[in-house]
Design a protein around this ligand. Structure first.
Ligand code: BG6
Length: 509
């Protein structure tokens, strides 16, 4: 058994056939198969399971098995054992077919008559373009490959974001999917929810009594969430990205989910429905913080050309592969929101995300108000050279990735003859606390789908509530033309304006 087992995780009991639609794609090789392999190597998959890769390419079982064995070696988070890999890929089959034609489903059904090889509980993982979600589900249903909820054998369907392109299309997609499936059979993946550090937000807030009493408008000055990436449009990403952009790709799912977890009320219990009900409630209270114009609350950008840290040239967004040179799609988005409920009214919420930024980091910063009376002088010291500065507010930082951890910045007396205060960090890091590497988001999420636990998946009303928050931006894109920002930095000055009237600025660290 490789190191890094998931503590307390139980083995899936139900025998299952996992069908991956779009199995020749990147996600299958980089994430899904390595995640399933790790679950297998840790003894968490059931004794009887089969993985079927469903795609158009001309492979057979043996070729596909070899390809997956290579992917496991290349992308597994843990060291691989050749014998275990060989045993794992024996569970893999390949089904050649065109996902948009009924014939491919008929032949799949014919294969499934061998229930010894293909157990009747079925997980369909749709790793395909969004426009094929509804047609694929329809064809599955028409071929009789979808069990009724509550039947002896279950059917579950996993779909990957984007769930629509705006509120209207998201609602249309939900309606179509719900025509063939019931809500409890649909697992909408937002892989951020599978990250350990993201799940820890709820534990940290509701397993400790000390923070929750101050998590409100009386004590918190503002909240800022950053998801910065250094990558650009390499590996053909541009084709998908230029159609969606940062708002649809990152904000309407990952960033809003982080915001939900940090601002929602405590659920009555840990059931999927209770947690998701609270998320929907807080999403419904979120508004863009527009004073006069939408541009007071939203800022979009595209990276220009430049050089990276090693001096290598960086291509401007508009000159990237598969990007329309006249594109107005944003590779950076920042916005200011408010949450109209008793807990958060008046607390500015700032979100930003972008490609080609200074570093890869995702963090949530909760900044507290400064004390009502300034008794002490605050200093900022570099060895023994100290400057007097303004009093620093306490900040609580959820470092989602990398260097996963939680940081609390507090003022403390600097040793010496005078009463001066210096900022110090109380620092919890995962790597310093636990030796084992953290499970990948997909490991957790795939196991949850096999266990039938939908807590970490987005419900249809939640998806629609997310789109409602950003829809005013999508309706006003012509008034929010993207600025150009230098690659390798933290965005552009226009994003700083979102802090008007706020005691603070973006934490560019
Ligand atoms: C995906 C986006 O959902 O998340 C990508 O489509 C983005 O554009 C990625 O790069 C970031 O994920 P992570 O886990 O690396 O922060």
């Amino acid at each position: 058994m490789p190191e890094g087992e998931i503590i307390g995780e139980s083995r899936v009991q139900d025998s299952v056939t996992i069908v991956i639609f779009g199995a020749s794609g990147d996600l299958t090789h980089r994430k899904l198969i390595p995640a399933l392999y790790i679950a297998y190597a840790q003894g968490l998959l059931p004794a009887r399971f089969t993985i079927v890769g469903f795609a158009r390419r001309e492979y057979d079982d043996a070729v596909f098995q070899q390809m997956l064995a290579k992917s496991i070696q290349q992308f597994s988070r843990l060291e691989t054992d050749p014998e275990t890999v060989a045993r794992f890929v024996e569970h893999v089959r390949y089904h050649k077919g065109d996902i948009s034609t009924p014939g491919a489903y008929e032949s799949l059904k014919a294969r499934f008559s061998d229930t010894e090889t293909y157990p009747e509980n079925r997980l369909y993982y749709l790793s395909i373009i969004p426009s094929l979600f509804a047609p694929a589900v329809k064809l599955l249903k028409e071929a009789g490959l979808v069990a009724k909820p509550g039947a002896e054998h279950w059917t579950r369907v996993v779909i990957e974001k984007p769930f629509g392109k705006d509120l209207k299309s998201a609602m249309a997609l939900n309606t179509k999917l719900l025509k063939y499936l019931s809500e409890c059979q649909i697992y909408r993946i937002d892989h951020y929810l599978g990250k350990e550090t993201v799940q820890n937000i709820l534990s940290f807030r509701f397993a400790n009594a000390i923070f929750e009493p101050v998590f409100n408008r009386s004590y918190i000055d503002h909240i800022q969430i950053t998801a910065a990436e250094t990558v650009g449009m390499e590996m053909g990403r541009g084709g998908y990205y230029d159609e969606y952009g940062a708002l649809r790709d990152m904000v309407t799912n990952h960033l809003l989910q982080l915001l939900c977890l940090v601002t929602m009320e405590a659920p009555g219990d840990l059931s999927a429905e209770s947690i998701r009900n609270e998320k929907v409630k807080v999403l419904n209270a979120m508004r863009l913080d527009i004073r006069k114009n939408i541009s007071d609350a939203v800022c979009r950008g595209q990276y220009g050309k430049g050089t990276d840290a090693e001096g290598k040239p960086i291509t401007a967004y508009l000159d990237e592969d598969r990007i329309d040179p006249k594109s107005t799609t944003e590779s950076f988005a920042a916005m200011r929101l408010s949450i109209n409920n008793w807990r958060w009214a008046g607390v500015p919420i700032l979100l930003r995300t972008g490609k080609r930024m200074a570093k890869k980091t995702t963090e949530i910063v909760v900044q507290f108000k400064v004390p009502p009376l300034q008794l002490f002088q605050q200093v900022e010291c570099d060895d023994d050279v100290c400057d007097i500065t303004r009093i620093k507010p306490n900040t609580l930082i959820f470092q989602i990735q990398p260097n996963e951890g939680i940081l609390l910045q507090v003022g403390t007396k600097r040793p010496g003859m005078r009463f001066v205060v210096e900022d110090v960090k109380m620092d919890f890091s995962y790597s310093g606390t636990w030796k084992k590497s953290l499970p990948e988001a997909y490991e957790r999420l795939l196991l949850d789908t096999l266990h039938g636990d939908s807590t970490l998946f987005t419900r249809s009303d939640e998806v629609e509530a997310e789109w409602r928050v950003v829809q005013p931006i999508l309706d006003n894109l012509d008034r929010l033309q993207p600025y150009t920002y230098p690659p390798g930095e933290w965005g552009m000055p226009e994003a700083d304006w979102l802090f008007h009237g706020v005691e603070g600025k973006w934490r560019n660290k």
